[in-house]
Design a protein around this ligand. Structure first.
Ligand code: NAP
Length: 214
């Protein structure tokens, strides 16, 4: 994968994991927040290639954008970032539509729609690819599990965008399973709950999905 400028919307563990991974691969990264100053310690430890900015600065600067915002605040973050800054760009959507106010996370969109589709409708000129939403962020980069590389399940409407995101997944150490258009988010977002529930029941959080074939 050739070098690309990456803009990340999201200052939580997910945004930081992406920033660290893209930085380690030599890409230039702007990680965005409503309060970029809170990222100064983080970017200070990541070398010259990783800087912080507002959501707008991150979205403007990147040729490849990543959505790593709280699922239910993503529309607000897109508005703050300026929707035209997403035009024609490849956007990795790692969000999940979870309400975490009551303890155990609860999916609040589904069956006939998904957050991935809502995001694609909200930024219609962007090329949104759902990816990285079905695994915990500590395993995003070089998961190195004993059973071999796990599979990242992705969906998006644009074939070239999925090609680039597949290259990202492979560079991060993942196989790729393409589930078709962005409506695959209807299946990928509930998959995150299967990952979470297994974590709760087993008390372990270093697991990932893999498709086995005969
Ligand atoms: N945790 C995981 O391992 C994991 C794995 C896969 C996918 N995901 C998904 O990835 C996303 C990020 O997860 P996370 O755990 O890193 O962090 P999070 O707490 O879900 O989200 C943090 C980000 O959301 C932004 N945000 C919160 N409220 C906002 C509002 N009202 N308006 C605008 N922005 C707002 C925050 O902005 P500020 O920077 O201004 O604080 C911050 O950048 C979520 O959708 C989650 O479901 C999580």
């Amino acid at each position: 994968m050739k070098n690309v400028k990456v803009g990340i919307l999201g200052s939580g563990d997910v945004g930081k994991s992406f920033a660290r991974a893209f930085g380690a691969l030599g890409h230039e990264v702007v990680i965005g927040s409503r309060s970029p100053e809170k990222l100064s310690d983080f970017v200070g430890g990541e070398g010259d290639r990783v800087t912080s900015g507002t959501f707008e600065e991150a979205a403007r600067s990147g040729d490849l954008l990543v959505l790593a915002t709280h699922g239910l605040a993503t529309e607000e973050a897109l508005t703050m970032a300026g929707k035209s800054n997403f035009d024609h760009k490849v956007v990795i959507d790692a969000t999940n539509p979870l309400d975490q106010s009551g303890g155990m996370p609860r999916l609040v969109i589904g069956l006939t729609d998904s957050l991935g589709e809502q995001i694609q409708r909200s930024i219609p000129n962007a090329r949104v690819v759902k990816a990285f939403n079905t695994v915990g962020n500590p395993l995003f980069f070089k998961p190195e599990l004993p059973g071999g590389p796990p599979d990242m399940f992705i969906g998006g409407n644009d074939a070239d965008a999925k090609k680039l995101v597949s290259q990202v997944c492979e560079a991060f150490g993942w196989g790729v399973i393409d589930l078709g258009g962005i409506e695959a988010s209807r299946y990928l977002e509930p998959m995150c709950m299967a990952w979470v529930v297994h974590g709760v029941i087993s008390g372990t959080w270093m697991h990932a999905f893999k498709m086995l074939h005969k």
